[in-house]
Design a protein around this ligand. Structure first.
Ligand SMILES: [Zn+2]
Length: 207
């Protein structure tokens, strides 16, 4: 599998590009901004993007989704519980992001669903807490955690739709996974379940 990361936008969101080497099909996770750079990377990787997968509905993760969909013809997928915050003017204002166009995903991302593109298979885990519709995407030996878990940190729960007890429950779910699993978060560097279960001080308090 091909995997590339681009850090996009003023909030430094991680946009991930995955490609199947056999079929040249691919997916993009969280195209938060800088769609031209993402398209450039897609051309370099020589992949056909079939799915745009959103870990949650915050503007720093979704703001480029409509433009990327237009350029690639890919299907946009998000958990329906985040459609409301994805279209929240107040939240956009709080984060200083101008986003006037209505956002509607094409397909729902639901707990337990498997997204298969070529030899890439991602299983959806519903992990609310940072937002109601936050999800993690679990692949073979790796997980995309969105804004649930970071290297040495966790996502905030004080934005609309955030919930501390759901956050703790979702973190407990993730930290039970195999220790060798590599973690690709929505911001900052990658890590592993092992490193976080031993060294992430937030997990001690929360989980
Ligand atoms: Zn977020």
């Amino acid at each position: 599998m091909l995997l590339e990361k681009l850090v996009v936008g003023s909030f430094g969101a991680n946009c991930y590009l995955l490609g199947c080497e056999n079929s040249s099909s691919g997916v993009v996770i969280d195209p938060g901004d800088e769609v031209e750079r993402i398209l450039q990377k897609i051309r370099e990787m020589e992949i056909n993007v079939k799915k745009i997968i959103l870990t949650h509905g915050h503007p720093d993760h979704i703001a480029g989704a409509n433009a990327l969909k237009e350029a690639t013809g890919a299907t946009v997928m998000m958990n329906p519980l985040d459609t409301e915050i994805a279209n929240s003017r107040i939240l956009n204002m709080m984060l200083g992001i101008k986003n006037d166009s209505r956002f509607e995903p094409d397909e729902e991302l639901l707990d337990g669903q498997k997204i298969v593109t070529g030899d890439i298979c991602l299983e959806v885990l519903h992990t609310p807490g940072h937002s109601r519709g936050s999800v993690c995407l679990v692949g073979d030996g790796y997980i995309f955690t969105g804004d649930l878990l970071f290297a040495g940190g966790i996502g905030r729960c004080d934005l609309p739709g955030g919930d501390e007890s759901q956050m703790a429950e979702s973190l407990r779910k993730i930290i039970k996974l195999d220790e060798d699993i590599k973690v690709y978060p929505g911001h900052g560097p990658s890590t592993t379940i092992r490193a976080e279960s031993r060294g992430n001080m937030y997990l001690g308090d929360w989980v």
